[in-house]
Write a new protein. Structure first.
Length: 279
């Protein structure tokens, strides 16, 4: 009989945390290994939330650290910043450590069952699809019909709650994630100015070396942080939120979930982020 492993990656986001809670409650006998692929560029709120989640699970969430950090890979890619078109950060800092962690077992015939946090209201999303025949991907939230409202309910009932960054940001992932909306960059500067300045420094070096990408589409962070530009971004965001509120019909029988930044910008989650990082 072939050996089996059961793994579940948590990103520091609400969906993967809800999946971990769900599997702990509904499949307590499964020897699930929980892991977090740590880029070293995460928000402090992410680490705080992981500690809280560990308390509920009663198990350690293994930290997978890439053997080479962001600065190494940035240099390898000629100081060209990652972008939605060239997501080398995901490939080198998230997928590479995971594949290294599993490689020996997969090659020796171990069947690895991977549980991925794709909800029932995300029909266009797919989880990490390994090409190895011994990797089996499962989508328990989708199979159980659990949507965003269901995720929030799971976290609330388990008294795990949500990561604190959801108060100002719509995704986990690196502090300088290029999927952030303009308002999230402004809020990063307000909540973690030292992390914003780090992103500015990376961007200046990249632009000086000929990178065609800035962190935020169409403008540099130096331009974005100008006081008049900040005022414009905040006004635009509030106008978008108001339009969203007016466009939605209130159904007293339906479960309401808080509007996210992506909702205000009309961005579908499947297109507005990386499933590996921010679920």
């Amino acid at each position: 009989m072939s050996r089996e492993r059961h793994i579940l990656g948590v990103s520091g986001g609400r969906d993967s945390a809800a999946l971990a809670v769900y599997m702990r409650q509904h499949h307590p006998a499964l020897p699930i290994e929980y892991f977090f692929t740590d880029t070293g560029k995460e928000l402090p709120e992410v680490y705080e939330f992981l500690d809280r989640l560990e308390g509920f699970l009663g198990k350690t969430i293994e930290r997978l650290n890439p053997d080479r950090d962001f600065d190494f890979w940035l240099s390898e890619y000629g100081n060209f910043l990652p972008s939605p078109r060239t997501r080398w950060c995901t490939r080198q800092l998230k997928l590479r450590p995971l594949e290294h962690w599993l490689r020996n077992d997969l090659e020796s015939g171990t069947v690895v069952h991977s549980y991925v946090a794709i909800r029932s209201d995300e029909p266009s999303r797919e989880g990490y699809q390994s090409t190895h025949p011994n990797m089996k991907v499962h989508l328990p939230l989708r199979d159980a019909g659990i949507d965003r409202a269901g995720v929030l309910e799971i976290l609330s009932q388990a008294e795990v709650g949500e990561p604190a960054y959801y108060g100002w940001r719509s995704r986990s992932g690196c502090t300088f994630c290029f999927y952030q909306q303009k308002i999230e960059w402004v809020r990063l500067a307000e909540n973690h100015p030292e992390r914003f300045e780090e992103a500015v420094a990376y961007e200046k070096t990249a632009l000086n070396d000929g990178s065609p990408f800035t962190w935020s589409q169409g403008e540099s962070l130096t331009e974005l942080i100008d006081p008049k530009r900040i005022e414009q971004i905040k006004l635009d965001y509030e106008q978008r939120r108001e339009r969203l509120r007016r466009s939605r019909r209130i159904n007293p029988l339906s479960a309401r979930t808080p509007d996210s930044v992506d909702d205000a910008y009309g961005i579908d989650e499947a297109a507005g982020g990386c499933v590996i990082c921010h679920k």
